[in-house]
Design a protein around this ligand. Structure first.
Ligand code: BTN
Length: 249
């Protein structure tokens, strides 16, 4: 595995795509200190101030395009593992499809992109983790790791918070760990680990799709990672892509 670091890029996903399109599909993780056009899910921007982790892993993808989407759960578990090295496990939870929350606030996001060059499929796993700052006035409330670290950890002779490079080293290893489980054992163990760390499943949610908005009870995760939501009339909808907001119970 290779690591490439840049000072400023438009988007690390864009850099990874450039490499993928040359046909070189050796695993590489790209990190930048800043992004000028950081991209979020569903066409949103990802504000990318210095100090946080902005990275993208480029992997050759073997398998169906459906199985590529499962890597977003792998990424969320890896991010949660990284956060656990800084703060209490109880404060960390997961929100469908791949957000990682600290005390209910968004701390990380994952953006998957896939493509094909010279008959080889590739996948880019773009990950942002708010380490030392988070944007204000976001649609879903945001926070960052530093705000939740215990005073004794911040004051210890060997500080735990050692910057985005160290965070990426842990992230890439944990990503490979969970990816290996997905490849060798299938989605089931990843799904059950994800569900074990998910917040508010079962629980009330509002779902926003491109052209529809509705409320229901999130019940669980299907075999392909879809969120199963039960509507008031009892029907169950499978959500494959969309935004989910928690509703008060
Ligand atoms: C989301 O909307 O939750 C996903 C955000 C993904 C942001 C990361 S930061 C590194 C990589 N490069 C990008 O442009 N986006 C992803």
């Amino acid at each position: 595995m290779r690591f490439l670091t840049f000072d400023i890029v438009e988007s690390t996903n864009q850099e990874a795509r450039r490499i993928a399109e040359t046909g070189s599909l050796d695993t590489v993780w790209i990190r930048a200190n800043e992004q000028t056009q950081g991209r979020g899910r569903r066409g949103r921007d990802w504000i990318s101030a210095k100090g946080n982790l902005y990275c993208s892993g480029l992997y050759q993808h073997i398998g169906s395009s459906q199985s590529a989407a499962l890597l977003s759960f792998v990424a969320a578990l890896a991010v949660a593992d990284v956060l656990e090295t800084y703060i209490d496990r109880d404060a960390i939870s997961l929100k469908w499809p791949n957000d990682v929350l600290i005390n209910g606030k968004k701390t990380s996001g994952v953006l998957l992109e896939k493509g094909r060059t010279n008959n080889q499929d590739w996948i880019i796993i773009g990950i942002g983790i708010n380490l030392v700052s988070s944007p204000a006035r976001t649609e879903f409330p945001a926070t960052h790791v530093l705000a939740h670290m215990a005073d004794e950890d911040l004051m210890s002779p060997e500080p735990i918070m050692t910057g985005p490079d160290a965070a990426l080293a842990v992230l890439a290893r944990r990503f490979d760990y969970w990816r290996h489980i997905l490849i060798t054992q299938g989605f089931r163990p990843v799904r059950s680990e994800w569900l074990g760390r998910a917040s508010r499943i079962p629980g009330p949610v509002r779902v926003r799709l491109t052209d529809e908005d509705f409320s229901g009870q999130a019940l669980g995760l299907g075999e392909n990672g879809e969120l199963q939501v039960q509507l008031a009339d009892g029907t169950i909808r499978d959500i494959h892509s969309g935004d989910v907001f928690f509703e008060s119970r």
